[in-house]
Write a protein that binds this ligand. Structure first.
Ligand SMILES: [Mn+2]
Length: 504
């Protein structure tokens, strides 16, 4: 069947829609104690942005839309801004227009005020603006893809300040009749419990406004809604920055065709992809088995990875008698796995978590011993003593608290609050550290006890010495965890905060 005459002249308007680039974001993850991995992640937002520009050029789109949070915040340097300007010039040379709104992270960005961008770039102000797309308007000679029968109008409002508790939707003009209307909006939509609202609105509000396509930004996880004739796309962050932003990340390639037809395609451009890798060690009873099974599970996840670099958070689960050894020799295991992976490249471990249990048989015999009054298994008695008596004593509490506070004083100012701001919070942190320290001490003793009689070891340890050992283990762990702080890395405590996916 031949196409109707009129369609031959109607060409599509095509654009790439992205948001939340957070260009040159500082490192937030632990990975970061590993130099090569830190470099990979540190450069990832920039490399991914270059790939977005490459994609625009390869696909010969008409425009690139950035719906806020191009920059990460006020600390953005002129170096980042100059990089951005040079990428904009590449698009200018390719005849591609760029439309940008500012979000909560780059609302007042100083660099955006100081930077001169080429003419192909339109940054919407904090008062509503509308631009009718025409190649001529942007100074391009070729106008290959202008729609002949229907103009395309883009509407946008930038955040004036980082906070926008009210909906920005009333600021947007009504749709232009007989045109294809696209709105750029940075919004937290209905919001998530525990997060501040940013220009909140609902899908219904968006549909009711009457635009054809809403190019949204802010939420880092991709969302697509078709509300009647209205297509709403939250593209998500194009490059994850830590394990809290795990999974495949994409941008949208959108085609507006004849008859108001909208086609949305996902394109993965990320350099590295964070993923959880869970490894069950049930039935594994030797060290090489642990290595083999872990590498197999990493490969399985890697096979489905959209980016060419996989950054894995490995969690060892299941029941194995190797528990104590895994806890004690965690560093050796991580080192061995990393060196095996580095042979081929493309796969990284950012953190290894030991979350195993002992097999039921071992655990129940251990509990049996602990409950008996005699010291048939002194290590379990010792663990009981540390957990129930020492840790609950007021003497230990005051010692623990003052140790944590001494430690805090030595940290860079911006990290101190991570241990808590009140005496109560600091105490909670101290007790968490004491818990993991107890586990470490017992794991070391237990694993060593296979070489020496455990009774011999434990008889040499008074509860006083154990208390100190527990704390020393914590201090070492904490010191290691905060080691990367000056390089912009962060410690375990902070990670647990960023692990929850935080909308932009
Ligand atoms: Mn945002």
């Amino acid at each position: 069947m031949s196409k109707p005459e009129q369609d031959i002249h109607v060409m599509a308007f095509r654009f790439i829609h992205t948001a939340d680039i957070h260009l040159d974001s500082p490192l937030r993850s632990l990975a970061l104690r590993h130099q090569e991995l830190a470099d990979l992640i540190a450069n990832a937002t920039r490399k991914t942005f270059m790939r977005i520009v490459d994609l625009c050029i390869d696909e010969q789109v008409d425009a690139l839309l950035v719906a806020g949070d191009l920059y990460d915040g006020d600390q953005t340097s002129m170096k980042t801004a100059r990089f951005f300007a040079s990428e904009m010039r590449r698009l200018s040379e390719a005849g591609i227009a760029v439309f940008i709104i500012r979000g909560n992270h780059d609302a007042e960005s100083k660099v955006t005020r100081e930077l001169t961008l080429p003419d192909n770039v339109h940054v919407f102000g904090h008062k509503a603006g509308s631009v009718e797309f025409s190649a001529a308007h942007f100074g391009f000679t070729a106008s290959a893809t202008e729609t002949e029968d229907m103009p395309v109008v883009l509407h946008g409002v930038s955040f004036k300040q980082p906070h926008a508790p009210e909906s920005l939707l009333p600021e947007y003009p009504a749709p232009v009749a007989d045109a294809f209307n696209i709105g750029l909006l940075h919004t937290s939509l209905d919001g998530a419990v525990g997060h501040d609202p940013y220009a909140p609105c609902t899908r219904n509000d968006l549909q009711t406004h009457g635009f054809d396509y809403w190019a949204l930004g802010h939420i880092h996880k991709r969302l697509v809604f078709q509300q009647g004739d209205c297509t709403i796309v939250m593209p998500g962050i194009p490059q994850g920055r830590d394990i809290g932003e795990a999974g495949v990340k994409t941008v949208s390639l959108v085609t507006l065709g004849p008859g108001r037809k909208i086609e949305v395609e996902e394109k993965c451009v990320s350099v590295a992809q964070f993923e959880w890798v869970s490894v069950s060690l049930t039935g594994v009873d030797d060290w090489s088995g642990v290595i083999d099974r872990t590498l197999i599970e990493i490969d399985k996840v890697n096979a489905t990875c959209g980016a060419e670099q996989l950054v894995a958070r490995v969690s060892l689960t299941g029941k194995t008698e190797l528990l104590w050894q895994l806890q004690r020799d965690h560093d050796l295991l991580l080192h061995e796995l990393r060196s095996r992976l580095s042979d081929e490249g493309g796969r990284w471990i950012e953190k290894l978590v030991v979350d195993c249990d002992l097999p039921d048989r071992v655990a129940s015999s251990a509990n049996g011993h602990a409950k008996s009054s005699g010291s048939q298994n002194p290590l379990f008695d010792l663990r009981q003593l540390m957990h129930e008596e020492i840790k609950n004593s007021s003497h230990f509490h005051s010692q623990a608290q003052s140790t944590v506070m001494d430690f805090c004083k030595q940290l860079p100012a911006e990290l101190r609050a991570e241990f808590g701001n009140t005496a109560e919070e600091i105490m909670t942190t101290a007790l968490q550290l004491a818990n993991s320290g107890t586990t470490h001490v017992i794991a070391h003793l237990h694993a060593n006890a296979t070489q020496e009689a455990s009774s011999q070891i434990t008889s040499q340890i008074t509860s006083q010495a154990t208390c100190q050992a527990t704390f020393q283990a914590n201090r070492n762990e904490t010191r290691e965890a905060t080691h990367g702080a000056t390089q912009g890395a962060t410690q375990d405590k902070q990670l647990s905060v960023t692990d929850c996916t935080e909308p932009g």
